[in-house]
Design a protein around this ligand. Structure first.
Ligand code: SDX
Length: 427
């Protein structure tokens, strides 16, 4: 008998198997706990709960390690491309030259949207938040691509996966164009995935758009940094939605909705707004005091993480990229200085040291995106664009898992026990 976890309750002893992965914490398999003990576990926020088995992404929060299919985020962000990392996440291995060319070509040829969807955009107010538009349009995709929503068919799953990865840049760019009142720009198949997105976002029919290679490479690296991240809130949302058999477009729309929250993907927009509100380095101590004040709901946006208790390796790569982009674009953004000094002061403050609060992926990203020309309302849209490949890969992994079943947690009930109805004239 392998390792067993012993558990005593109500005068009875129980044993549950301990399972080991290839790396990281072991898990106690409690699938039979309720049947054997009549008790549930209690773990709101799932701080100690493994919801699934996965081979996609491994995070070591204490060591600041992030691996995608075993490759470190430092090496992938330096050596690879978002298309190649997308292939790796979906297929498990780095592609050969021919495989990468074939995958990129397939994605390129799915970048156009059904023309009727352009009309869908016109139902929104021009000042709608682009995330509201993205939620709506992605959910509506299942009304257009129902020829690939049979989730039991691996061919359908593959086509839907490619369509989602390919169309998110087009959907994101159209949301931006609609918000600024400019015409939609169609995809250009001669450009790279990221170059095509830049042209659809910033190009106009009135003149030729030249992709800036520095910006293209920086944005492609940012997409790599956001591609997947284990069982975060939005990925868990996609998995839970998918566990009921919902079509992939509806599942990704659910993930987008969850990502929008300021505690999650919405933090990049909130972090830049916070840095702008601080404005100058002399105001930093006041905001650090507010973040430490239990009676003040203010938190340092872009700081802290459920898993990383040392540093977020993506933030380290992001800070380096900020320097490269600002230098290349000759942008002298005083907000970057505020961010650097805020990080330095927070990391030397006992409160942040004790609570292991470090900059996360969202702390610096807004500075680069702002320098490239994106409004803050587009920051989480870009996060969703990049995270789509992670969501899709996690969804495919779940659907292909023979042990997969509908996710249905239980609860600790603290409401009223059974009581009789009181007629209105007796109350
Ligand atoms: C992302 O899960 C993922 O992987 C997410 C993500 C991904 O790639 O998918 O990495 C992307 O969502 C990054 C996180 C972006 N969010 C923010 O930057 C928002 C600010 N951060 C916090 O809201 C918070 O740190 C969370 C939500 C990120 C993590 O919260 P936890 O793990 O639930 O921790 P907690 O809220 O219990 O905080 C622990 C303590 C608390 O103090 P005490 O109650 O113990 O006294 O630290 C404090 C918190 O008050 N704290 C902060 C803080 N974050 C936590 N205090 C000030 N500023 C902060 N940012």
């Amino acid at each position: 008998m392998g390792n067993q976890a012993k558990f005593s309750a109500g005068g009875n002893d129980h044993e549950f198997p301990i399972l080991s992965g290839s790396v990281g914490p072991d898990v106690v398999d409690i699938r039979k706990l309720y049947a054997q003990t009549g008790m549930f576990t209690y773990d709101p926020g799932f701080t100690s709960t493994a919801s699934c088995e996965s081979a996609l992404t491994y995070i070591d929060g204490d060591e600041g390690v992030l691996l995608h299919r075993g490759y470190s985020i430092e090496q992938l962000s330096e050596e690879s491309s978002f298309m190649e990392v997308s292939y790796l996440l979906l297929n498990g291995e780095l592609p050969g030259k021919a495989e990468l060319e074939d995958f990129s070509r397939t994605i390129t040829r799915h970048t156009m949207l059904h023309e009727q969807l352009a009309t869908f955009y016109r139902g929104f107010r021009r000042d709608a938040h682009p995330m509201a538009i993205m939620c709506g349009v992605v959910g509506a995709l299942s009304a257009f691509y129902h020829d690939s929503t049979d989730i039991s068919d691996p061919v359908h799953r593959k086509i839907s996966s490619h369509r989602l990865i390919a169309k998110m840049p087009t959907i994101a760019a159209m949301a931006y164009k609609y918000s600024v009142g400019q015409p939609f720009v169609y995809p250009d198949n001669s450009l790279s995935y990221t170059g095509n997105f830049l042209r659809m976002t910033f190009g106009v029919p009135a003149e030729k758009y030249e992709v800036n290679p520095v910006v293209e490479q920086a944005l492609d690296r940012i997409f790599i940094l956001h591609a997947d991240h284990e069982q975060n809130a939005s990925t868990s949302t996609v998995r839970l939605a998918g566990s009921s058999g919902a079509n992939p477009f509806a599942c990704i729309a659910a993930g987008i909705a969850c990502l929008w929250g300021p505690a999650h993907g919405g933090a990049n927009e909130a972090a830049l707004n916070m840095l702008k509100e601080i404005g100058t380095p002399d105001k930093i101590p006041h905001y650090i005091d507010r973040a430490k004040d239990k009676n003040d709901p203010f938190r340092l946006m872009g700081f802290g993480h459920r898993v990383y208790k040392n540093y977020d390796p993506r933030a380290t790569v992001m800070q380096k990229t900020v320097r490269e982009v600002l230098t290349a674009l000759k942008v002298n953004d005083p907000i970057f200085e505020v961010a650097l000094q805020l990080e330095d002061m927070a990391l030397n403050d006992p409160y942040f040291i004790e609570k292991k609060l470090f900059p996360n992926v969202d702390f610096y990203s807004g500075i680069i995106l702002s320098a490239i020309g994106f409004p803050t309302t587009m920051f989480t849209v870009l996060f969703a664009l990049a995270r789509t490949v992670g969501w899709v890969a996690q969804w495919n992994e779940m659907i292909s898992d023979p042990g997969q079943k509908i996710g249905r947690p239980r609860q600790l009930y603290t409401g009223p026990t059974a009581r009789d109805y009181i007629p209105l004239d007796k109350r």
